[in-house]
Ligand binder design. Structure first.
Ligand code: 5GP
Length: 197
């Protein structure tokens, strides 16, 4: 998605060979116009999948997921990173290793918001090692629902998340695919790579 790539080039900050900071439009401040376009693009790519529900993780997945849910007219629920102690047995939970925080945390979704009949689109801000995605997939499976696919705003294609999830048979649609963050520079995957990968 060209507008997203331009925003990444103009406002993204490469913190290291593995981490991109995009606080100015996705992870802290949010660009509503760009987020609208992101929602339209995800909706376009998944329009024929019969999505009934979008799930994501708080907090950075919520904005792109909300914009997509408006376009697809589907329900939306986000996994929480903190549990309410009063409702432990009414939750689906999964353990997730955080790429940025380098620690495990538990994510949860209340059982009342996920039904076996749901056809679920998973949306997240970044795909790195795929641990957040695996946690959400685990929760969808616990509910007996179906994963229709995953929509990722920024994929770091040099990390193993996509390959691992594709091997498991999941459809992944990423709006920006980064081939490298080496030397403080963002390089996107070429068109040719995109076709063959
Ligand atoms: P994964 O679970 O795929 O290893 O990592 C995905 C999660 O880690 C995303 O939900 C995102 O919050 C965070 N993340 C991974 N890589 C980056 C990065 O380069 N920049 C930022 N801002 N967040 C990242």
């Amino acid at each position: 998605m060209k507008a997203l790539q331009e925003e990444i080039l103009q406002r993204g900050i490469v913190l290291s060979d593995g981490v991109l900071k995009v606080d100015s439009f996705l992870n802290h401040a949010i660009d509503p116009n760009l987020m609208t376009k992101i929602g339209e693009e995800f909706a376009h790519r998944f329009k024929d999948e019969g999505i009934t529900k979008i799930i994501t993780i708080e907090s950075s997945g919520i904005a792109p997921a909300l914009m997509t849910s408006i376009q697809l007219q589907s329900d939306l629920v986000f996994a929480r990173k903190r549990k309410s102690l009063t409702m432990l047995d009414q939750l689906y939970t999964a353990k997730v290793y955080s790429f940025t925080k380098q620690q495990y945390s538990e994510i949860s979704i209340s059982k009342e918001f996920l039904q076996p009949s749901d056809n679920v689109l998973i949306i997240d801000d970044f795909l790195a090692n795929g641990q957040a995605a695996l946690g959400l997939i685990d929760i969808v499976k616990q509910a007996g629902a179906t994963v229709a696919g995953l929509g990722i705003v920024i994929e770091k294609s040099f990390q193993p998340g996509r390959e691992m999830l594709e091997k498991e048979g999941y459809r992944i649609e990423s709006l920006a695919r980064i081939a490298s963050l080496s030397d403080g520079k963002v390089t996107f995957t070429s068109k040719k790579e995109r076709v063959t990968q």
